[in-house]
Design a protein around this ligand. Structure first.
Ligand code: MRU
Length: 350
């Protein structure tokens, strides 16, 4: 199983996902600004991976701060500036804010006179814990998803990349597919290429190939045709932010899939950790949708795909209304509509 990040005291190595699958180049991050740029520029991407990278970024920050400051009270201001910098990297994936909130809550427990070496130790410990927890969570999501399809062989369609590269490892929607494949329950996976950034054709196909899982890459616009032909049993995708009522933000193109599933009576599942639920928002209307550079549409690789400077609109995510979602596969089981009730019940048990 491929891993997108490696952390060793003071250095976060990220595989440059912009260059995959052609080149495997690792970028070493030794300061907060390099980590922030790697998140902004999509060297690292995928909601849980963004959260883990940010947490390791703060671990690096605290370790390097040992050279400048003696105690927490001296470092506190710089720490909060680093948190703010990371907050500004990508707005939609709530896992980033989940990780930063955990870090901030930890920081609130620090006494002013706490030695910097202890600050760095505690921050690093929490970053590693968030990473390990995400890995275990993804495996549980995979198991819960596979259990849903007990005894069936499925033709599954997925969108974007939700695998080892997008998480601490294993994946969310791709984790479900991995678990199904391990049980011999995958007939074929259709991987949407996922315009404009091609996370599906570059990254999901790369992961499926290295796992030996039967698959075909399709143009995003082919999905409806496949459903019309009765070739898709399940669609399973990840999530960047889930509102209390179950509305779900995910990679642009997810909403069209959900509408098509509804029309063709295909089951449509979201696979996501509980850290992707934003308990502070009621509906998807409150989810900030990131708009990315027009160049992502204008240029693919080194090839100009539009007239130079063509006007472009490039929302990176869309929001799928909860009534189109068959179920949300989490590490604690599968949530079913009405989502507000099932999410609140789960929250109480946390
Ligand atoms: O813009 P990206 O590549 O970070 O978007 C990724 C997605 O939309 C994924 O589907 C989502 O983060 C879930 S990843 C487990």
């Amino acid at each position: 199983m491929f891993s997108a990040m490696k952390y060793e005291r003071g250095c976060l190595s990220l595989i440059d996902q912009r260059l995959l699958p052609q080149e495997e180049i690792w970028i070493d991050c030794r300061d907060i600004e390099t980590v922030a740029k790697c998140i902004e520029d999509m060297v690292t991407r995928g909601a849980p991976a963004i959260g883990c990278s940010a947490a390791f970024g703060l671990a690096i920050d605290a370790l390097t701060a040992e050279k400048k400051f003696k105690t927490w009270s001296e470092y506190k201001k710089a720490f909060h500036l680093s948190v703010e910098r990371l907050c500004r990297t990508r707005p939609t994936a709530v896992n980033l804010f989940y990780a930063l909130d955990k870090m901030t809550a930890l920081a609130e427990t620090f006494k002013p006179e706490l030695a910097m070496s202890d600050v760095a130790k505690d921050v690093s410990k929490l970053a590693q814990h968030l990473f390990d927890d995400d890995l275990a969570t993804c495996k549980a999501i995979g198991e819960n998803g596979a259990r849903l399809a007990e005894g069936k062989r499925l033709r599954v369609l997925t969108h974007c990349n939700t695998g080892s590269l997008a998480t601490a490892g294993y994946g969310t929607a791709l984790g479900v597919i991995r678990s199904l494949a391990q049980r011999g329950q995958i007939e074929i996976v259709y991987a949407d290429e996922t315009r404009p950034y091609l996370q599906g054709s570059r990254l999901t196909a790369f992961e499926l190939k290295s796992e030996g899982i039967e698959h075909k890459v399709i143009a995003d616009s082919a999905a409806a045709y496949l459903m019309q032909q009765g070739k898709v049993d399940w669609v399973v995708v990840g999530a960047d932010r889930i509102a209390l009522n179950g509305d779900t933000a995910n990679k642009i193109g997810t909403y069209s899939l959900a509408v098509n599933c509804n029309h063709h009576k295909v089951e449509f599942y979201i696979a996501a950790p509980l850290s992707t639920i934003d308990f502070a928002i009621e509906t998807g209307a409150q989810i900030p949708v990131e708009e990315r550079s027009p160049e992502e549409i204008r240029v693919t690789g080194s090839r100009q795909m539009t007239p130079v400077g063509a006007p472009v609109y490039n929302p990176s995510f869309d929001v799928t209304p909860s009534h189109l979602i068959t179920g949300i596969i989490t590490e604690r089981g599968v949530l079913r509509p009405p989502y507000r009730e099932s999410i609140m019940a789960l929250k109480k048990s946390l």
